[in-house]
Design a protein. Structure first.
Length: 298
């Protein structure tokens, strides 16, 4: 395991992208990155789904990655989202991330196209062959409509740059299946906040977390406790976080997250169409979850 790969662990925040009057709010984003690091996040993941990457222009996507890397300054690893349902675009974004200084890239299984397992292999091999930094597979069947099999993942792990997976299947048994197929050196990161403790218990080593946008210190503490085997402490933190883990997904991500961050004073809640502002009921749910976690008074 390389030094870079060894750093891919713990609470890694799937960063939102703040907007102001329709444009990327770089000032708010840089301030947010600094706060995430100060609060103990172990890594940063810009330009993923939570970062509204489908609605970013290529120029905006690249600028968000550059700003994150610059602001992080090597203090924590930056795993740049570089996925697309076009293989050529995924290659371009991954190559840019490498040039910009990203520590690794996160590449989602191609959505909408519904490729076969052979197509998935060819897609990731093309990205692998185009860059020289670690690649994390992002397997999220609920959004991409395709599920990469353990067998395909094992084939990809034989390539030089494929190092792990962000698993958002919500199938905890996948951790053991993948551990047996690829071994302990395969980096398994949860993509589901609510099951992150169970994921780690079966061999995972962290979470690419949506909730960490809002509660970075608590998420980092939860990861540190569970990875140290202190599940009593981890469960105490989990009990504080669970309403957020549910409430922040009461509507399409990142709508509730941006609302929560606006309540905490970090940025506006502006989204890009086709996402729209969340309902009053969801606002009440999020407010209650923030209070339960001790992040909002009143």
């Amino acid at each position: 395991m390389t030094e870079t790969t060894a750093r891919l662990r713990g609470s890694m925040t799937a960063l939102v992208t703040p907007f102001r009057d329709g444009a990327f709010d770089e000032q708010a984003f840089r301030k947010f990155v600094r706060w995430q690091i100060e609060q103990g996040s172990h890594g940063l993941v810009p330009t993923g789904t939570t970062g509204e990457s489908p609605t970013l222009t290529h120029a905006e996507h690249d600028r968000v990655v550059e700003a994150c890397i610059d602001e992080a300054g090597g203090r924590v690893p930056v795993v740049a989202g570089a996925g697309s349902n076009s293989t050529a675009e995924a290659v371009e974004r991954a190559q840019h991330a490498e040039r910009a200084g990203a520590d690794a890239v996160l590449v989602v299984t191609p959505y909408y196209n519904k490729p076969t397992q052979g197509g998935l292999y060819a897609h990731f091999k093309a990205v692998n062959d185009a860059v020289g930094i670690p690649i994390i597979i992002y397997n999220i069947p609920p959004r991409s409509v395709v599920d990469m099999s353990v067998e395909t993942m094992a084939r990809l792990f034989e390539l030089k740059n494929i190092v792990g997976v962000k698993d958002a299947t919500a199938k905890i048994d996948r951790v053991s299946q993948q551990r047996l197929a690829m071994g302990e050196s395969f980096v398994q990161l949860s993509g589901e906040d609510a099951t992150a403790i169970g994921f780690n218990a079966q061999g995972g080593r962290g979470c690419i977390s949506v909730v960490a946008n809002v509660a970075p210190r608590l998420c980092a503490d939860l990861q540190e406790a569970s990875l140290a085997g202190d599940y009593a402490k981890a469960l105490t933190i989990q009990d504080r976080l669970f309403p957020l883990q549910v409430g922040l997904f009461a509507e399409a991500n990142p709508g509730p997250v941006k609302y929560a961050l606006s309540r905490l004073g970090h940025m506006g809640e502006e989204l890009r169409l086709p996402l729209v502002g969340i309902s009053d009921e969801t606002r009440r749910i999020v407010d209650g979850a923030l209070r339960h976690a001790g992040l909002l008074e009143g």
